[in-house]
Design a protein around this ligand. Structure first.
Ligand code: ADP
Ligand code: MN
Length: 186
């Protein structure tokens, strides 16, 4: 049976960058945009409202047609995957990255808060059979890609792997979350 693995995480945690190094990873946002798998546009967030039923059907179809296990990346990928690899990044560093990307204050604040309170991790635990967590803080893109490859290899071989247990990251206990200013007032 083909397994579907999603590389997920709050926008800005480095999913696309690490996936580019790994290769053969399907960009779920690109699929949604390219194939029109959305219900409408969220004007306030300036983003597409994905049709998750259609996305799930299409991803299963691609998984059935492919040779081996399918790997997806995107902040929605854990909704349609058997296993999830959740990339985490200290909220203050995430803030700096999203600022550099030119995101609005509201969007930066929403994402930094979501990262601080583990929104995607909690969703992944709810939706997926297996969840792995990588703290990417201070890691290069290459180091993150290597960690993902190590997990993908363990999934392929059906073996247990240590060091990526869900719940191992806790920003509220760390200095990083104290630096985040959640009130951008916009
Ligand atoms: P995502 O796909 O999760 O939204 P990206 O891969 O697009 O994130 O990365 C967001 C920004 O952070 C980009 O400008 C990218 O160059 C930078 N970035 C990604 N991974 C790292 C890393 N490990 N170290 C430093 N900068 C990174
Ligand atoms: Mn991306």
């Amino acid at each position: 049976m083909t397994m579907i693995t999603g590389i997920t995480g709050t926008p800005g945690t480095g999913k696309t960058s690490a996936s580019a190094l790994i290769g053969g990873v399907l960009d779920l946002n690109e699929l949604i945009r390219g194939e029109g798998l959305y219900l409408g546009i969220d004007e306030e967030r300036d983003s597409l409202i994905a049709d998750m039923d259609a996305v799930y059907d299409r991803v299963c179809e691609i998984a059935r047609g492919g040779g081996g296990n399918l790997v997806l990346e995107g902040h929605l990928s854990h909704h349609v995957s058997d296993s999830a690899i959740v990339l985490r990044l200290a909220p203050d560093e995430l803030e700096r990255r999203l600022m550099a990307r030119g995101y609005s204050g509201a969007k930066i604040s929403e994402n930094a808060l979501a990262e601080a309170i583990d929104v995607i991790l909690v969703e992944a635990v709810e939706w997926c059979d297996r969840v792995y967590e990588i703290d990417t803080t201070g890691k290069t893109v290459g180091e993150v890609a290597d960690a993902i490859l190590e997990i993908l290899d363990a999934i392929d071989r059906g073996i247990e792997i240590d060091g990526y247990e869900p719940g191992s990251v806790d920003w509220l206990e760390s200095e990083a979350s104290c630096l985040v200013n959640f009130d951008y007032g916009r």
